[in-house]
Every structure is written in C-alpha cells, then in structure tokens.
Design a protein around this ligand. Structure first.
Ligand SMILES: [Zn+2]
Ligand SMILES: [Zn+2]
Length: 137
C-alpha cells in the first residue's frame, strides 16, 4: 500500500478532529459532539458509510471533500443537492430533512423532498410534502 499524506492529521490525544469544526469528537459517535454535524456520511457513489475523521475518500474512489466542504461551512441543503445530482435520492432526502430542521427555506425544501420521494417511487410521501407546500404559502 502506498503511503498517503492527504489524511487529516490529529496531533496528540486519541480524539479525532471533526472535519467541519475541527474540534475533537468521539470516534464512536455518528455526530460531532461540538457542532452536531454528521461525521459519518454515505458515499454518494456507492453509499458505503465513510468516517470523515478517518478519510475523505471512499474505497470506491469517490472523493467526499467535494460534497462536504463548503467555503461557508456545511450546508445540508447543498449536500442534498449534490446527492441529488448523483441521483442518490434517499441520501438527498435525508439531508434535506436535516436542512428542514434548521427551519429555513421551508417551502423550497418541501418541494425538493417531494421530488426526491417521487424519484424513489414513494408517491405517498411525495404527496405529503407537496401538500405542505401548497398549504403553507
Ligand atoms: Zn464538529
Ligand atoms: Zn464509494
């Protein structure tokens, strides 16, 4: 195996650094203790869960850096959008649902969720999100 030097190095201590806020986080938790972001994400290409504090490249070759690093920080809406571009609707719906919890762009997110569930063949849920968008306006 060739040595890699693109790994995030964590100096001192056994706690890995969160890729989003750089604070030490517990390795056995799916979320960062400090910022609450998911530190285990599904690869948009093969859906294998990737531990972001270990690597940002999936064994399938897909680099996750593109999906998770935004100049202004992580954005679940943007992340969902990128999964959607890869037609990973389940992952897209997951992140759009997370974005909904932040309480902004509610109408737009419901539309996106309706589209995602439609693509997944879940017309019941698609209709639910569509109804929300029409009654909320
Ligand atoms: Zn964090
Ligand atoms: Zn992969």
């Amino acid at each position: 195996m060739a040595p890699t030097n693109d790994r995030a190095s964590t100096h001192g201590g056994s706690m890995p650094a969160c890729p989003f806020c750089n604070q030490a986080t517990r390795a056995d938790r799916p979320r960062c203790d400090s910022c609450g972001q998911d530190v285990i994400l599904a690869c948009p290409n093969c859906m294998k869960p990737i531990h972001l504090w270990e690597t940002d490249r999936c064994p399938c070759g897909e680099g996750l850096r593109y999906y998770i690093f935004f100049p202004e920080g992580i954005d679940h809406e943007g992340l969902g959008q990128r999964y959607a571009l890869k037609e990973r609707w389940d992952a897209a719906a997951y992140h759009w649902s997370r974005a909904l919890q932040d309480g902004s762009h509610i109408i737009m997110l419901h539309r996106k969720l309706a589209q995602a569930y439609e693509r997944m063949g879940d017309s019941e849920r698609a209709n639910y999100y569509r109804q929300v968008t029409t009654t909320h306006s």
